[in-house]
Design a protein around this ligand. Sequence first.
Ligand code: F6R
Length: 600
Amino acid sequence: MCGIVGYIGKEDSKEILLRGLEKLEYRGYDSAGIAVANENGVHVFKEKGRIASLRESVDANVVAPVGIGHTRWATHGVPSKVNSHPHQSSSQRFTLVHNGVIENYDHIKRDYLQGVTFQSETDTEVVVQLIEKFVKEGQGVEEAFRGALKLLKGSYAIGLLDEQNPDIIFVAKNKSPLLVGLGEGFNVVASDAMAMIQVTNQYVELIDKEIVIVTRESVTIKNLEGTVVERAPYTAELDMSDIEKGTYPHYMLKEIDEQPLVIRKIISNYQNENGELTVDGDVRQAMVDTDRIYIIAAGTSYHAGLVGKQYIEKLAKIPVEVHISSEFSYNMPLLSEKPLFVFISQSGETADSRAVLVQVKEMGFKSLTITNVKGSTLSREADYTLLLHAGPEIAVASTKAYTAQISVLAILARDAARAKGIEVDFDLSKELGIVASVMETLCDDKEEMEQIAREYLATTRNCFFIGRGIDYYVGMEGALKLKEISYIQAEGFAGGELKHGTIALIEDGTPVISIATQEIVNLGIRGNVKEVVARGANPCIISMKGLEEADDRYVVPAVHELLTPLVSVIPVQLISYYAALHRECDVDKPRNLAKSVTVE
Ligand code: F6R
């Protein structure tokens, strides 16, 4: 979603800001802008659309050692040049970029800013106008900044320039991610370390409701009351090769191929000296103490949660409910006496999940976050964290995070079973090793996947994924992958449920991709395939070695029956990728989507 960068130093800031914004492109955006300050004032450049268009519009003759930049994903007001950031106050003295949502912007307009003419439809503009109003009333800039922030309800990460003092970037944060990066003779601001990793790997984390005064030589953190806060920097463990595509045409393909390596990394990160896969003692204790687990997640992470429920219930015998985070807050089920909340989130920043975390913390319940991003909001705010070790996931469509989430959930379930003295008759470490090898074989079979995509999905309007039990959840993930990147209308259904209504949609040639990896439901799913074939469907059965039948379109090598989602999802990811490619879709940055959804 929206991204922020800022630079204050000695070099011209334009290129640093533009490159930083390019690194944030993967998060999804619809417009972008930068504002740079020099002795002649503040110069704002912004454009609807891609950063490439912004680049073209930037005046190369303007040289300025200070600047802020922004990628916008529209929430209040359509994507347009005028609604894109940076926004300026009426006198143009103040220039501001903002991520998040100001929930009470209407009230602020009504109560404080009557008579001000607004240029944009955004919630953001009230902040910059409010600062100007307070300064005009006689307050110092820092005081006005703090005063304005105190009135805001909602989430914000802010960068502010004052034309009359271009040697400072004012920064603030509440619920939206923001970091300050430290350099020699320069400092930077970024909503994600990835944006500025090319200039520094030293970052200072900001806590909600702090402001920061950033100059070339110093970074001063204060709370909203003005008290200085000391905080040591940390080293961002990001490798440039992790965030570059290398020889791959798309990040999505690179990330699909990285999955065997991710599984191996997970094994080595969670293995103890006896070769057992274990989690920290306090996480284990929380699993032992709880009487019911509530998994909270969105999208692909929700689908991983559904698989995780099977693991935890089957191995550790703890009841689990899986909830969509945006539904949970206002539709909370009756909770058990000792609930444990497990948040699954690749980014660790999903606002819908965070809203639930805030709620359950207030209720005094324990929480665990399973995330790919160390230090992310959900990780910081939960009691415990388990990391995915998947490396940065840049393509909007999640692939390696999904398989990493499922693997970590398997480890969590296995560990809890051991702690509760429940016998588990297989060696998870060994079985995950087999999964990694099978994943490699599948990733090497791209030509076949491309052929399947061409055969079934080249021209279709819609597509169904069906499965039973754990295969149904993979079908849901397959449908999400396909629709988000190829724009083919796709639905994942429980095989047996089709005949209760949805089968009416099956026409001559409708592709039905069926996942069949579970012995217990093999006959059932094959019966469901017959039902759709009888109504004209074009069946594509993806089965598992040992359960295959003559007409199956693709057979995946066998893995442990609980771990099949880790391998059956790979053909589905690759078929979706090639379907999107055939349709000339923007695979890594599908329309309307953002990588990290930081607004509720
Ligand atoms: C789909 C996808 C999304 C995310 C969802 C949650 O490919 O990536 O559905 O899974 O937005 O995001 P996280 O996991 O960051 O909370």
